[in-house]
Design a binder for this molecule. Sequence first.
Ligand code: AP5
Length: 215
Amino acid sequence: MNIIFLGPPGSGKGTQAKILTEKFGIPQISTGDMLREHVGKGTDLGLKAKEYMEKGQLVPDEIILDMVKERLSESDAQKGFILDGFPRTVAQAEALDKILDSVGKKIEYVLALIVPDEELIIRLTGRRTCKNCGMMYHIKFKPPKEEGKCDACGGELYQRPDDNEETVKNRLKVYHQQTAPLIEYYKNKRILFEVDGSKSIEEITQQLLQILEKK
Ligand code: AP5
């Protein structure tokens, strides 16, 4: 099963991708997580990406495409994958089509999460993530049992540097200008499935499973 999660920052792509990964046994490939790993390790790629990420801008396509191409060739991605946060521009989507064509694969589902901007600002400014296992929380909607501590592994929770209100607003602007046109791109290919992302995490998972299990 080859899936893309499409949606604005904070729409729940990562939250839902993690649930589906467990359910279907296929990897979540998050370009945001991959970039943050590079930033954390201080690699050349990470140093370049950091400048863009801190401002809420997109990292240049050439950096992203090499990274994704390499990741898709790894053995765990051969029986399916969930792309989270990629593609983000029409140019990236066209490049992805070419990469997959060359190995005889294609995307089967583009799951688009629709959430109003006002809700996204609340979600992102309240998000906390575990430094150790990446588990996500929200100070209001999904608080940890003990403040600042991950329920799953006890790791320390932190706030992403790009989750402050000013950067979030810029990320939303960039989404509407550069990523939203992908809705039309995948509608034309008849593989787009729109889901109301403003419901509860559990309700959204149910809607997604209905789509994926129908085919
Ligand atoms: P990336 O890490 O991909 O961030 P994003 O797309 O902005 O998405 P987020 O991770 O912020 O949100 P999400 O939709 O995954 O929501 P989540 O599940 O966490 O990218 C970061 C940066 O990297 C970009 O700005 C760019 O610079 C660069 N980059 C990455 N990919 C790139 C690419 N392809 N090209 C160029 N540059 C790229 O949920 C958010 C919060 O809401 C959590 O607290 C969660 O608990 C809560 N929540 C989730 N669902 C619900 C719900 N239903 N109800 C209530 N709360 C909910």
